[in-house]
Design a protein around this ligand. Structure first.
Ligand SMILES: *Cc1c(COP(=O)(O)O)cnc(C)c1O
Length: 456
C-alpha cells in the first residue's frame, strides 16, 4: 500500500504473526564471542550448560549459524492473546513537536505483565514444560520479568520460584502480589535459603540486594532441586532471539506501507528488547540490502556501552554463571538507585556488544530527570503512561525529531515502547515532587567495578 495514508495504528492480522524468530548471529561476520566456563575458561559446551538451562534453550544459545528458529504452535497460540502488537504513528507527538520527522513506536505494554518480557517468558516456560521439568527459578529486579514469567508458568502449569531483589520486594509490594496471584513463590534476595545468599548476607549485613546477587541465588536453587532449571529475562542470546518477534512484526508493518526506517531507537538494559527490535533491520544492513541507524539508549547512571569495557566478565555477583564477552561495568558495580530498575544491569548482550564494537550500532546516555520529562510529555500527548525504562527511548526519539526540525528532514524514526509504568508511581511521584536526582558515576566509581574484572 505505498502511497496511501498511514493510519494511527498499523495492525497486523493473526495470520501475519511471525512463524519463526530471527537469529541475527547467522548474518554477523564477527560472531559474538562464546560463553566461557567460570573455572576452566574454556568455551561452554552443550553438556556444561544442560544442568542450568533447558536443553532446547541451550541449543538456541549456542546456535550462531541458523538464521531462523520456528516458533512452536503452542507459543504462537499464547502470542495471539496479546500479539501482533500495534505499531503506532505518533501523529500527535509530531504535531506537538512541530517536526517534519515521522515517528513510529512499537508498543509492547499491552499485556498484564506490562512489558515485552512476556515474549521470552512464554518461550522459556514452554521448553521447560516440553522437557518434563517441574519448574523454573529466576531473579527479578524491578519485577517485570518475574511477573512475565509467573504468567507464563501458570499457563503451562509449571512451578515458578522468583528471587526478588530485596529493595524491590519491599518497595514494590504490588508487583510481588501480581506474581503470587499467578502462583509464583517470591523470596527476597539475598535470602537464607541458598548458600550464596547466606554468604552475601554475612559479608554485607543489611544489604538491600542486587540483580547479580539474585541471579546467583536463582542458579543455585535451580541446580540443587531435581527437575528445575534456571531462566533469565535478558542478556542471553536466546532471549534476544525470542524478542525478534517485535522486530519482525515492526518490519512487516512498515513494509506494508513502504516505509524505510532511518533511525531505530531502543532502551538497553540487558539488550534483549533492543536486540529483538533491531535484529531483522540489522540483518538487512549486514546483507547490504538497506541501511539504517540504530541507537541504544542507556541511563547515565549505568553506562555499560558508553563507558564500559568490552571484555569477558561474570554475569552475576556470585560468579556461578558462565563468563560472557560484553561491554561491562564489572559484576561488582552497583549503580545508584535509579528508577529504571530494568536498566541497572552491569553488562550487555554479547550480540549487541559485538554490533557496537563493529560500529554497526550507536549508543547514548540520558539522565533520569530528562527521561521523566520526556515520559510526562509523552503521556500527556500520546496518552500512554510509559515505563521509566521505555522513556529512555522516548527521550532520544524526541531529541532526534527535534534535530529534524532544525534540518527540515522528514526522517522515519522508530522506537520501542517496551512497557507501561503503572507500578512505577513512586518514581513519577519523585519527579512530580521535584525531588528526583541524577547521579552519574565518577571515573573513580567505575574503577572499582573494573578492578574486579576477571583476568581472562
Ligand atoms: C526489562 C525492561 C527493559 C529492559 O529490557 P532489556 O531487554 O533487558 O534491555 C526495558 N523496558 C521495560 C519496560 C522492561 O521491563
Amino acid at each position: 500500500m505505498p502511497g496511501t495514508e498511514i493510519p494511527y495504528k498499523i495492525y497486523l492480522s493473526e495470520e501475519e504473526l511471525p512463524t519463526s524468530w530471527y537469529n541475527v548471529r547467522a548474518d554477523m561476520k564477527n560472531k559474538p564471542a562464546p560463553l566461557l566456563h567460570p573455572e576452566t575458561h574454556k568455551p561452554m559446551t552443550f553438556d556444561d550448560l544442560r544442568p542450568v538451562f533447558c536443553d532446547e534453550l541451550v541449543k538456541q544459545e549456542l546456535n550462531d549459524t541458523d538464521a531462523y528458529f520456528p516458533i512452536p504452535k503452542e507459543i504462537r497460540e499464547f502470542y495471539k492473546m496479546y500479539r501482533p502488537s500495534p505499531l503506532v504513528r505518533a501523529y500527535c507527538l509530531e504535531k506537538k513537536l512541530g517536526t517534519p520527522a515521522h515517528i513510529y513506536y512499537k508498543f509492547e505494554g499491552n499485556n498484564t505483565s506490562g512489558s515485552h518480557k512476556l515474549n521470552s517468558a512464554i518461550a522459556q516456560a514452554y521448553y521447560a514444560k516440553q522437557q518434563g521439568l517441574k519448574g523454573v527459578t529466576t531473579e527479578t529486579g524491578a519485577g517485570q520479568w518475574g511477573t512475565a514469567l509467573s504468567m507464563a508458568c501458570s499457563y503451562f502449569d509449571l512451578d515458578c520460584q522468583v528471587y526478588m531483589v530485596k529493595c524491590s520486594y519491599e518497595q514494590k509490594p504490588f508487583r510481588r502480589e501480581v506474581m503470587r496471584t499467578y502462583g509464583a513463590k517470591v523470596t527476597p534476595s539475598p535470602s537464607d535459603t541458598t548458600e550464596v545468599g547466606r554468604k552475601i548476607n554475612a559479608e554485607f549485613p543489611g544489604t538491600s540486594g542486587s540483580l547479580g546477587c539474585a541471579i546467583s541465588e536463582a542458579v543455585e536453587a535451580a541446580t540443587k532441586q531435581e527437575g528445575y532449571r534456571y531462566v533469565l529475562g535478558s542478556v542471553l542470546s536466546q532471549v534476544l532471539v525470542h524478542q525478534t518477534v517485535i522486530g519482525l512484526e515492526t518490519m512487516a508493518a512498515l513494509d506494508k506501507y513502504g516505509i524505510d526506517p532511518d533511525i531505530i531507537i531502543g532502551c538497553a538494559g540487558g539488550g534483549s528488547n533492543l536486540g529483538g527490535l533491531i535484529s531483522p533491520f540489522v540483518g538487512r544492513k549486514l546483507r547490504g540490502e538497506k541501511d539504517c541507524r540504530f541507537i541504544a539508549v542507556e541511563p547515565a547512571s549505568c553506562p555499560s556501552l558508553t563507558r564500559g569495557k568490552f571484555v569477558y566478565d561474570f554475569c552475576d555477583t556470585g560468579h556461578v554463571c558462565p563468563l560472557a564477552k560484553m561491554y561491562t561495568l564489572g559484576s561488582e558495580f552497583i549503580p545508584s538507585a535509579s528508577h529504571a530498575g530494568g536498566l541497572r544491569y552491569h553488562g550487555m548482550s554479547s550480540i549487541l556488544s559485538q554490533l557496537y564494537a563493529d560500529g554497526l550500532m550507536e549508543a547514548r546516555t540520558v539522565e533520569q530527570t530528562a527521561v521523566f520529562k520526556a515520559a510526562q510529555d509523552f503521556a500527556r500527548i500520546e496518552g500512554i503512561l510509559p515505563a521509566p525504562e521505555s522513556s529512555h527511548a522516548i527521550k532520544v526519539a524526541i531529541d532526534e525529531a527535534l534535530k529534524c526540525k532544525e534540518t527540515g528532514e522528514a526522517k522515519n524514526i522508530v522506537f520501542g515502547l517496551t512497557g507501561t509504568g503503572y507500578f512505577d508511581m513512586y518514581a513519577y511521584k519523585a519527579f512530580n515532587d521535584g525531588t528526583m536526582t541524577d547521579y552519574i558515576p565518577t571515573d573513580e566509581d567505575l574503577k572499582r567495578g573494573f578492578d574486579a574484572l576477571p583476568k581472562v
